[in-house]
Write a protein that binds this ligand. Structure first.
Ligand code: FES
Length: 112
């Protein structure tokens, strides 16, 4: 057995961004209904435009906490964010992805 901390990381930052959509009026709602598309596009644009080495963005389906969406979870820390604006996305990219500092004001702690 090998401690997971000793294994090499494929990406230094790997963000999973929910873009799940549901029909209008669905009781769970969705990240797409709450504006995720523009935020995901902004996130992908920033990472692509700046060619951020070691950073990957993967679009996902529902991660289970729809009422708090739009949601992004960033590994290896497993830190959840609930951004609301493109400026929030920029802050996550600038401070977390580029600076290695969590953006506490945008953090979301899922309750299991
Ligand atoms: S729809 Fe995004 S977490 Fe459920």
């Amino acid at each position: 057995m090998t401690d997971t901390a000793d294994l090499p990381l494929v990406f230094q930052v790997h963000a999973f961004a929910c873009l799940q959509a549901r029909p209008p009026g669905h009781p769970r709602g969705s990240c797409a209904e709450r504006g995720a598309k523009a935020l995901v596009e902004r996130l992908q644009m920033r990472v692509d435009r700046e060619r951020l080495a070691g950073v990957a963005v993967t679009v996902t389906g529902c991660m289970g906490f729809c009422q708090a969406g739009p949601l992004i979870v960033v590994y290896p820390q497993g830190l959840w964010y609930a951004p609301r604006t493109e400026a929030d996305i920029d802050e996550i990219v600038d401070h977390h992805f580029k600076g290695g500092q969590a953006v506490e004001r945008l953090a979301f702690l899922p309750r299991l």
